[in-house]
Design a protein around this ligand. Sequence first.
Ligand SMILES: [Zn+2]
Ligand SMILES: [Zn+2]
Length: 295
Amino acid sequence: MSKFQVHVLASGSKGNAIYIQSGGTGLLIDAGISARRIASGLAEIGVKPADLSGILITHEHRDHVAGLPVFCRKYGVPVYAKEATWYGLACRREIEPVCCRILPETVRLGELTVDPFSIPHDAADPVGFVLTNNGAKCTVATDVGFVTETVRAALADADVVILESNHDVNMLKNGPYPRMLQQRILSNRGHLSNADAAWTLAKLPPKPSMDVFLAHLSHENNTPNLAFNTVRDVLDTAGRLPSVRLFVTSQERRVTNCSEGELTDEDQTDFTASDDLVGGYFDRSNAGTRLQPGF
Ligand SMILES: [Zn+2]
Ligand SMILES: [Zn+2]
């Protein structure tokens, strides 16, 4: 089992929250869904909000912080964000002062070392996170306009990667978004396309195994199948597929790399590419065509 158990409670432009556990330490990255939904997502895996060592905030956009005031009021968990992020946070006065911490260059939370790194995005001081524990590494990089050398270095050698795969460029260009919004998404401070995510992953230094979560999929300009297939095909061409377990995150459903007991009969139904893919993962033992549902 991976040294990092990841549960993406929700991911996408309507709200983001990721629970990551390693050893005895668990923390949340972003709180962009309701406090109630975060608490119930944690309860499904036997985690109490009060057990969290902290909440790390990537940036101040609403889809990353919407649940923060209520969650802090109810559970008093410390929240770490860059100083400029705190200033940019519309809801900062609603957050209990005792919970507010300025995110330092590096911080130790329980067994985890947390190293934030800069990402290009249209926010005050947006960051991704590298989490390490005894040589194991987990990297979170969403809302990434483009992959800088800093982002590439943060992703290199990670055992678990949570990487944005926001849109298909053709869907975006031919979709319903007004031209200005299209330009914003495609810009260097916007969001990462499926193809960019795929090639970024394919060019990382080889590792014997890696869990990859494709995250922050656009509802309008992407589909889970398209994200999955684009990344799978590029990894396949690069000969990297056998070492990768590929997960597609969901706005509605928790997706995890952590086995949670027996699958139900319904879960075991084979299915190939379809919209049911949300939450699915690529099974290494099945040579590239079969998908299995998430746990
Ligand atoms: Zn976002
Ligand atoms: Zn954002």
